[in-house]
Design a protein around this ligand. Structure first.
Ligand code: BTN
Length: 334
């Protein structure tokens, strides 16, 4: 099953949640959304399928009669986004898919709208960086890909990758009050356990970026004991760190909005603003690290992030710059 957000559904929810007693007449809904009575009825039906409890009273109108039963309802996510991105919000939520990233890339090739979001309750072939698999069981986490067509040169791609990390960290801080950090380039950590991984894949056309699909996998309401044994030492989750479950939809809405914010900053002001914020939350900087690229390993101290988003490492008197690699922070060096 695929659930989709729509402009009319967002308008109806805004009107319902905005009315003091959460009751609103069909006439006002028609006026507010600019669609027919029949279209309102259909949209309300579709909102019920998403998990909203909406009742109608003959001749009076519609009202919200209970709690939303599904925190990944696409129109809930659209409603909770702010105005940093496109006005129209295209959000697809699936029960199951091989990989949201594969679906997002297909949509991008067919020129879907800027900011389209693909979320799945589970992934049967979730993909991580360096051809690894991404554990993606149903029910508790967030597997999301966001499609964007940034107006930038390909050399800025790394910075989009950093922007995604920033968006996730600031959203987790804001929504869940959890002080996580970033391991370069964009592993989100809490007490050195990985809470979120990000995979950005792009299509480049000569000297410009055509599209970028930013794929994010967040462990949210999964307990450590529920991870496969091989991940239990290193993986973390929001519930394991805060002791509280989080609303995945509100978190998704915040992340997408923040990502749009940072991409816009990059387009308008270039790398400086993003680098300033990134340096503040990147726990790799100043750390003794080991970095692996291909089959070579280097040890040293991470000293800076370049204007292209690469990491600068001081190793035995020389400074090396890496644009990709797997990092281990020092207490974990074997
Ligand atoms: C990593 O290895 O750290 C990156 C993991 C990225 C996982 C996400 S989940 C949503 C999207 N779909 C995928 O198949 N992968 C990304």
């Amino acid at each position: 099953m695929i659930l989709k957000s729509s402009k009319t559904k967002v308008a109806i929810l805004r009107a319902l949640y905005g009315s003091p007693d959460r009751l609103i007449s069909s006439k006002d809904l028609i006026k507010g959304s600019g669609v027919s009575r029949q279209a309102i009825w259909k949209a309300v039906e579709s909102l019920r399928e998403e998990g909203f409890s909406i009742e109608s009273i003959p001749h009076k109108g519609y009202y919200i009669s209970g709690q939303l039963s599904y925190d990944l309802a696409p129109t809930w996510i659209a409603l909770n986004m702010n105005d940093t991105g496109p006005v129209e919000r295209y959000i697809y939520v699936l029960d199951s898919v091989d990989s949201t990233q594969t679906m997002a890339k297909d949509l991008a090739r067919r020129l879907c709208k800027e900011g389209t979001v693909v979320i799945s309750e589970e992934q049967t072939s979730g993909r991580g960086r360096l051809d690894r698999t991404w554990n993606s069981p149903a029910g508790n986490n967030l597997y999301m890909s966001v499609i964007t067509y940034p107006r930038m040169e390909p050399s800025m791609l790394h910075l989009i990758n950093l922007a995604a990390g920033l968006a996730v960290v600031s959203s987790i801080r804001e929504v869940c009050h959890l002080d996580c950090t970033l391991k370069w380039p964009n592993d989100v950590l809490f007490e050195e356990r990985k809470i979120c991984g990000i995979l950005s894949e792009a299509s480049i056309e000569s000297d410009r970026i055509h599209f970028v699909c930013v794929g994010m996998g967040l462990n949210i309401n999964q307990h450590i004991s529920e991870f496969p044994a091989e991940l239990r030492e290193k993986a973390g989750s929001i519930i394991a760190s805060t002791g509280k479950p989080a609303d995945r939809g509100i978190l998704a809405a915040n992340i997408v909005s923040d990502l749009h914010y940072w991409i816009n900053q990059l387009e308008v002001h270039g790398p400086d603003p993003i680098l300033t914020s990134y340096r503040q939350i990147c726990s790799t900087l100043g750390h003794r690290i080991q970095i692996t690229t291909g089959n070579r390993q280097y040890q040293g101290t991470a000293v800076d992030i370049t204007s292209r988003g690469e990491i600068e490492v001081e190793t035995e008197g020389q400074r090396l710059v890496f644009s990709a690699g797997d990092i281990i922070h020092s207490p974990h060096l074997g």
